[in-house]
Design a protein around this ligand. Structure first.
Ligand code: ADP
Ligand code: ZN
Length: 622
């Protein structure tokens, strides 16, 4: 019998919700606004939910679906996500199913039959499937508890994940006016939020906006030297044996980085659209199901990946916007344990992204918005203040505390110096050489290097030749990058990335505009390496294997979980979350009742695994 039909007559929705949370999901209490949202939806209200990744959005529609009559229909764009969520729900004893293109005709028929028979609590449907006349008719005949539109930002044409099939979802409001709609997303600046509300007819519905802070994620943005070597150091020093995602812009780079990491003894697998579908699926499955795999991917990877124990996300190329950066880094540490978001960034990243925007076929308005978004991201990369504060500020959240204590700038405040004279030297050099040269040549002139090119153009005869000997090449690169980021210089993509002065450069040259520069440490050291010497300070106490309590039991539980996951063909975390394993190892329960008290153990898990787990605890020493 579906859980929704089995509900008792208890009048208070809050009490019923809590009871389902305890018994079905094995969780002791609600998080943040969950309770408020669940109550609102269970009572038939529409709403828009904005919560960061890992905030617990799924519960906001899963639980009301169980509380209300009928089946909750979840629109979700990615097959992997649907599959894993359904696997997790079925493990918890919920009657959940999925309708998508992976099903055979017979399988799909069986799901449809169960829906009409009132035998389903939750049904996950891909948007393009949902909008077929056949499916809409089917839903018209069924008893629907609610529609949940997950990843709702996909409806936004300005967003970074626009999916044309999402546009059609506006039909739901007209066709099913009495069924509550809950739209959820982890990405929403004000503009996207407004667009979601308009397109899904939610302009009158309340918006529940959770704090977007992810306190367990440590943000680090370093100056790019040799990104792969820097990344290898980060992994070796702080994330050996951890699961991670590495993002690169191109397929070729994905392949190169994956093989470089493999050569360094790291289990790294590539993932991009150019791979054979079978290989891609296998790599994704290994990442999900095995421990400690690093996946190197283009941005196509990750949406709908629910893996809770990703310990680091690394960017070797600049994402397109803060939304994209936040969503991608947000895939780290869904389980709330310490995790790292690390990015290496340099001048070429800004130039490359600008070029991609310039060369795109979008309208002028689209390009303008894209450039604004890129500028905001570059400002985040350049800031000498708290990164978290910047990120949250971008999403409209203000916090009064100056320092978060968990980003690179807060942990190791960068030195800032008055860069007026340096900026003037560089900008004059650009001017005197005719605004026709790129970074390399400009720096050669500044430090007085007599290269062939310098001689060819007689640039050793200019007054700016050798006026910048006080900095080395690397330091000048950093100055240059910051001037581009501040908008005083612009790389002209039509002239081989020659650097040109912008209007604002005049103010700097005249000494009217102040320029504060982040000081680049001397020599070849970079901040990734500096992390090493300050290890205690910068390294989070993470590690997927940080078995604080009872390491042997911890290891035995993990081995047991892998075995069960393999047998059942589900990801390990669907069997038990890391935090549940930590809990069992710490508590060492001796009875079913004690086991029941651990977060993540609901009625069904207790019934299925209780005895096995107790035996494991009893027979394993500390
Ligand atoms: P989102 O979809 O917002 O990224 P999920 O719904 O996947 O997040 O939830 C993230 C994690 O938080 C999951 O592991 C989930 O089990 C856990 N979680 C959700 N709600 C609660 C709660 N009330 N108490 C404890 N853990 C929770
Ligand atoms: Zn900070």
């Amino acid at each position: 019998m579906p859980i929704s039909a089995a509900r008792d007559q208890e009048p208070d929705i809050g009490a019923r919700a809590l009871s389902v949370l305890n018994h079905v999901f094995g969780l002791p209490g609600f998080r943040g606004a969950q309770e408020q949202i669940i109550r609102h939806v269970a009572e038939g209200g529409n709403c828009l939910v904005l919560m960061p990744t890992g905030g617990g959005k799924s519960m906001c529609y899963q639980l009301p679906s169980l509380l209300r009559d009928g089946c909750g229909v979840v629109v979700s764009p990615l097959i992997a996500l649907m599959r894993d969520q359904v696997a997790g729900l079925v493990e918890a004893g919920v009657n959940a199913a999925v309708l998508n293109s992976t099903l055979s005709y017979e399988e799909a028929n069986e799901v449809e039959r169960r829906l009409l028979a009132g035998d389903l609590d939750l049904l996950y449907v891909a948007p393009e499937r949902l909008l077929t006349p056949r499916c809409l008719n089917l839903l018209g005949q069924a008893n629907i508890a609610l529609f949940a539109i997950d990843e709702a930002h996909c409806v936004s044409q300005w967003g970074h994940d626009f999916r044309p099939e999402y546009i059609g979802l506006s039909a739901l409001a007209e066709r099913f006016p009495d069924v509550p709609r809950i739209a959820l997303t982890a990405t929403a600046d004000a503009m996207t939020r407004k667009e979601i509300a308009e397109r899904l007819s939610l302009t009158d519905a309340p918006q529940f906006v959770a704090s977007f802070d992810r306190p367990n994620i440590r943000y680090e943005i370093v100056d790019k030297q040799n990104a792969v070597t820097q990344l290898k150091n980060v992994i070796a020093e702080r994330h050996a044996g951890d699961a991670g995602v590495v993002y690169c812009l191109s397929r070729a780079k994905v392949e190169d980085v994956a093989s470089a990491l493999s050569d360094a003894g790291i289990t790294a697998l590539p993932y991009h659209a150019g791979l054979d579908a079978g290989v891609r699926a296998r790599n994704q499955d290994r990442f999900l199901n095995e421990d400690g795999i690093v996946i190197v991917a283009t941005i196509a990877f990750g949406m709908g990946i629910d893996k809770p124990d990703v310990r680091f996300v690394a960017h070797l190329d600049l994402p397109k916007s803060i939304e994209a950066y936040y969503q991608e880094t947000g895939r780290a540490g869904r389980d709330g344990k310490p995790s790292t978001a690390w990015m290496a960034y340099g001048l070429s990243d800004i130039v490359q992204q600008r070029r991609m925007i310039d060369e795109s076929t979008g309208s002028d308005a689209f390009k303008r918005v894209s450039i604004g978004k890129l500028d905001a991201l570059v400002a985040l990369a350049e800031t000498v203040h708290c990164r978290r504060q910047r990120l949250l500020g971008y999403f409209g959240e203000t916090r009064d505390t100056g320092s978060c204590g968990n980003c690179d700038n807060c942990l190791t405040p960068p030195k800032v110096r008055d860069g007026k004279v340096l900026a003037q030297k560089l900008l004059s050099c650009v001017y005197r050489t005719g605004q026709r040269f790129g970074a390399m040549h400009l720096i050669d002139v500044l430090v007085g290097r007599l290269t062939e090119r310098v001689q060819q153009f007689n640039h050793d005869k200019l007054s700016v030749f050798g006026i910048g000997r006080e900095l080395n090449e690397k330091q000048w690169r950093a100055v240059l990058r910051q001037l581009v980021a501040m908008g005083h210089l612009r790389a002209d993509s039509e002239a081989f990335n020659a650097l040109k002065l912008t209007d604002s450069a005049r103010g700097v040259l005249k000494g009217e505009t102040a320029v504060m520069l982040r000081e680049q440490p001397e020599g070849a050291r970079n901040r990734a390496v500096r992390g090493k010497s300050r290890r205690g300070e910068l390294a989070p106490a993470s590690g997927a294997h940080s078995a604080a309590a009872n390491p042997a039991l911890h290891a035995a539980l993990r081995a047991w979980r892998s075995e069960v996951a393999r047998e059942r063909g589900v990801p390990a975390y669907v069997v038990l979350h890391d935090s549940t394993i930590d809990g069992i190892a710490a508590v060492r329960p001796g009875t079913l009742n004690e086991l029941r008290g651990i977060a993540g153990i609901g009625d069904k898990k207790l019934e299925h695994y209780g005895d096995q787990l107790l035996t494991l605890v009893r027979t394993t020493d500390g």
